[in-house]
Design a protein around this ligand. Structure first.
Ligand code: PLP
Length: 382
């Protein structure tokens, strides 16, 4: 009999949609956040060279020193903050880093505050630590930026952690420095640890990105190469830990994951050190797709009244169409061959929406727009 924890772990609807969509030919996939770009060439070359050189034994559980130095330099170069390599633990993806941070922070029965909407998997991470999910609503009129008062309303002595995410999935919202600083203050006043998921950093179009590390050392940052460098299948991430948590997180890493693959770490280091120009080009292409979709959403009347400032997602308000978000997603898939994720997967605050991912090619984004144009034109004439 599976445990209560296992039974309560919900599926990830985007993957369910992907499974269904993959059974059909010619579908434009906008349901998953899977970048269509090949990684920076330097990353592939470095990983292949490391593999050929026999770099395939267990590595240090904390991560290879030269990669941790590259990550430390990245924080200095990008945000002007000093993050000693000793505080960085390399993991097989940012998801394991988040799991470790959650397990290191939350005791059974304690609350963890998430925004609503949030990344669909977050509640399941809280469940693995036997914590309780508490939500702070986001408002489209604020561009889905976190509302500090909404956090203050739900944070109390039972709160172990607040989980922040900027640029955010599923909204694309970027949290301003002032708001981050206010949330850090709230965390300090209430002894609540901040877990900051910064996996979409590097993918902000208009807004300035801030790391929580600019305002405190007393927070976890979870990050990785999946989204920024199009390296989702490499499984490489890291946790920057508050000083007093480093050894605890390392002990859990030693036992549970042992280490991230060393040749993958060599590739990640090359991406971080040499991928800046690659990233600048990719970001411009995402911006172009974002603009195409935002224009189309306005034309369709699905406009949510905000423009995503980062990541590669847009929420479409489909509340004026017949049926709920699941029905609309079905119609888009069945009648237009366009796969999108129903909003409820991301919390009750996204009930009226579909999430469109523009991590797919620009050509595909144009094709999806044409197909939905045709679908809606047909619906109004019949
Ligand atoms: C907000 C957010 N955090 C973390 C992840 C997982 O990233 P990784 O591939 O580094 O585990 C995702 C993947 O979609 C995400 O959207």
């Amino acid at each position: 009999m599976p445990s209560e924890r296992a039974t309560q772990t919900t599926p990830f609807a985007a993957m369910d949609v992907l499974e269904r969509a993959s059974e059909r030919d010619g579908v434009v996939h906008m349901e998953v956040g899977e970048p269509d770009f090949r990684p920076p060439a330097a990353a592939t070359e470095a990983a292949v060279a490391a593999l050929r050189a026999g770099d395939d034994d267990y590595a240090s559980s904390r991560g290879i020193q030269s990669l941790r130095d590259a990550i430390s330099d990245y924080y200095d170069d990008t945000y002007g903050v000093d993050v000693p390599a000793e505080r960085i633990i390399v993991t097989p993806g940012s998801s394991p880093a988040l799991l470790l941070a959650m397990l290191a922070t939350v005791d059974p029965g304690e609350d963890v505050v998430l925004t609503d909407p949030h990344y669909a998997c977050y509640p399941n991470f809280v469940r693995q630590a036997d914590g309780n999910v508490v939500t702070a609503p986001l408002d489209p009129e604020d561009g889905f930026e976190p509302n500090v008062e909404a956090f203050a309303d739900v944070v109390d002595d039972d709160t172990a952690a607040m989980l922040l995410n900027s640029p955010a999935n599923p909204t694309g919202a970027v949290t301003s420095g002032d708001k981050l600083e206010a949330l850090v203050e709230l965390g300090a006043d209430t002894d609540t640890t901040i877990l900051s998921d910064e996996v979409y950093h590097g993918l902000a179009f208009d807004a300035e990105e801030h790391s929580v590390l600019e305002y405190t050392d007393d927070a976890f940052v979870l990050d990785g190469v999946s989204k920024r460098y199009g390296m989702t299948g490499w499984r490489l991430g890291w946790a920057v830990c508050p000083p007093e948590y480093v050894d605890a997180v390392n002990r859990m890493t030693q036992n549970v994951f042992i280490c991230a693959a060393p040749f993958v770490q060599a590739g990640a280091e090359a991406a971080i050190r040499e991928g800046t120009d690659w990233l600048a080009d990719v970001r411009e292409e995402y911006r172009e797709r974002r603009d195409l979709l935002v224009d189309a959403a306005e034309r369709w009347g699905f406009d949510v009244g905000y423009t995503p400032e980062g990541a590669y997602y847009l929420l479409l308000d489909v509340s004026d169409l017949p049926g709920d978000a699941f029905d609309v997603a079905d119609v888009f898939l069945e009648d237009a061959g366009v796969a999108m994720t129903p909003g409820p997967d991301f919390g009750s605050g996204a009930e009226d929406y579909l999430r469109a991912s523009f991590a797919t090619s620009t050509e595909d984004v144009r094709e999806a727009i044409e197909r939905i144009d045709a679908l809606l034109a047909e619906a109004t004439t019949t």
